[in-house]
Design a protein around this ligand. Structure first.
Ligand code: HAM
Length: 462
């Protein structure tokens, strides 16, 4: 027996998708495609162009932009090293086993450049903006992206370790409140086009480098006064990030949080003006919003405008979109001072919500199932399939001959609209039989007439 062959008594291992990842299958993928196609269309009408980014980047890029202390960076990233040198040394450690201590611990051997699977894409867009000198282009630069992101969170409904985002960023130019409002208007237009149900937009302003630190200190002082009444997470956050206490869902903390000072009352004059103008601009565009002073978001790069959108049918993971302004992030990454604002939609959640409200795709059937019998008929069937497909019809051409009864059953199962019956008679007469499966009616057509007839009836797949 060759080395690679499986021994008879050994059952081959059954592989399953890694926890928190999943396969997306037809017919659901048709809905994903429709959603993505709609995003391409709607975003283009707002003048956005698509950017395609790498799936992995330098760990430091994410640590610097999202913040080393955030949950995303400190706990949830998939980080590894790609250098050949590291793997060679790693193998060595494994070979010498535990005794490898003499060569230093694994942590000490970690090389300079670590790589992480992207947990989000704003950092990458900023990196690309700098790398390609996009500040030379007419400003602002408006980009959108879609694709998988990776976070090692506890999986549950609407929360995955590989999930998909559709996002957009506006970089450069001014920080005019009309830009904030237009970006939000664009997401709302997209959701509207998809007929997403129960859409609720929450907005807030979290101030700037001037006013936020003062508010955070005030909040910290107030939180210290009620420390004993808070849970362990919030107690810890008084030190690390008091703003995140406002995010708490813990029932017992709600009355305490309700009495805390609100950032809207502590914004500096410029931030207060900006926030008022964003609200005015939203109203001008007919975008309904709710002010939510507790909306702080979990990533460090935000300033001023923050927003989140929830939708129906998602349970506790109901945020379908999050975003905000991040002036200064490009500079933090070594680029010129640059304004920035954007959002990311959780595509998995968007799809879930659409499905829950019955907006899933209709089962994708075939337009025509070609039931053929006999060698001559197969040649005709192949030609017919080619012509029908060229005309845009979805065609199922069985690879082997079937009895007509069985073929019609199969056509039914596949949800075909028509069966094209091609037997010896049809081929020699040059008259093809077309059976409408919904009512069983059938008629004979010449080849060109048949195509004409089908063209007049709308294809299922369109
Ligand atoms: P985020 O709030 O971390 O923001 O994520 C945006 C959206 O991605 C969330 O509202 C949610 O719908 C979805 N999402 C996040 N984590 C998961 C997960 N584990 N499973 C399923 N869906 C998830 C950002 O990522 C920012 N980059 C958004 C942004 C762009 N801000 C400015 N520009």
């Amino acid at each position: 027996m060759s080395e690679g062959a499986v021994k008879k008594e050994e059952k081959p291992r059954k592989f399953q998708a890694i926890r928190g990842t999943r396969d997306l299958l037809p017919p659901e993928t048709a809905l994903w495609n429709r959603v993505e196609q709609t995003a391409h269309e709607v975003f283009a009408t707002f003048g956005f162009g698509e950017i395609r980014l790498p799936i992995f980047e330098s760990t430091e890029l994410f640590a610097r932009s999202i913040g080393a202390e955030t949950d995303v960076v400190s706990k949830e990233m998939y980080t590894f090293d790609g250098s050949a040198e590291f793997y060679a040394r790693f193998r060595e450690i494994k070979m010498v086993g535990e005794g490898a201590g003499r060569r230093g611990t694994l942590a000490e051997m970690l090389p300079e450049e670590m790589i992480s699977l992207r947990p989000e894409a704003t950092a990458s867009v900023c990196r690309a903006y700098i790398e390609h000198g996009m500040q030379q282009l007419p400003q602002p630069v408006k980009l959108y992206y879609m694709g998988p992101m990776f976070r090692r969170e506890r999986p549950q409904k609407g929360r995955y370790r590989q999930f998909y985002q559709i996002g957009a960023e506006v970089l450069g130019g001014s920080d005019a409140p009309a830009i904030d409002a237009e970006v939000i208007e664009m997401v709302m237009t997209f959701f509207d086009r998809l007929e997403l149900q129960g859409v609720q937009l929450d907005i807030n302003s979290i101030g700037c480098r001037e006013c936020r630190p003062k508010y955070v200190e005030l909040l910290r002082a107030e939180l210290f006064k009620v420390k004993d009444k808070l849970g362990p997470d919030s107690q810890r956050r008084i030190e690390t990030n008091p703003l995140r206490v406002l995010d708490s869902k813990l029932e017992s903390e709600q009355p305490i949080i309700a009495k805390l000072p609100r950032i809207a009352d502590h914004l500096c004059e410029d931030c207060a003006k900006h926030y008022a103008a964003v609200k005015h601009q939203l109203e001008m565009r007919g975008v309904l919003y709710r002010e939510n002073w507790r909306l702080v978001r979990g990533l460090d790069y935000y300033m001023r405008t923050t927003f989140e959108i929830t939708a129906q049918g998602l349970g506790s993971q109901n945020a379908v979109c999050g975003g905000g302004r991040y002036d200064g992030l490009v500079e933090l990454l070594g680029g010129p001072p640059t304004k920035g604002i954007g959002f990311a939609i959780g595509e998995d959640r968007l799809i879930l919500s659409l499905q829950e409200s019955g907006k899933g795709p209709v089962q994708q059937g075939r337009d025509v199932y070609i039931a053929w019998m006999g060698e001559r008929a197969q040649a005709t069937a192949v030609r017919a399939a080619k012509d029908l497909r060229k005309a845009g019809f979805s065609v199922e051409l069985p690879p082997v001959e079937q009895k007509f009864g069985k073929a019609l059953g199969q056509a039914d199962k596949l949800g075909a609209k028509y069966a094209l019956i091609l037997g010896d008679n049809e081929v020699s007469e040059g008259l093809w039989t077309l059976k409408k499966l919904a009512d069983g009616s059938q008629a004979k057509f010449t080849e060109p007439d048949l195509l004409d007839h089908l063209r007049k009836s709308k294809p299922v797949s369109s």
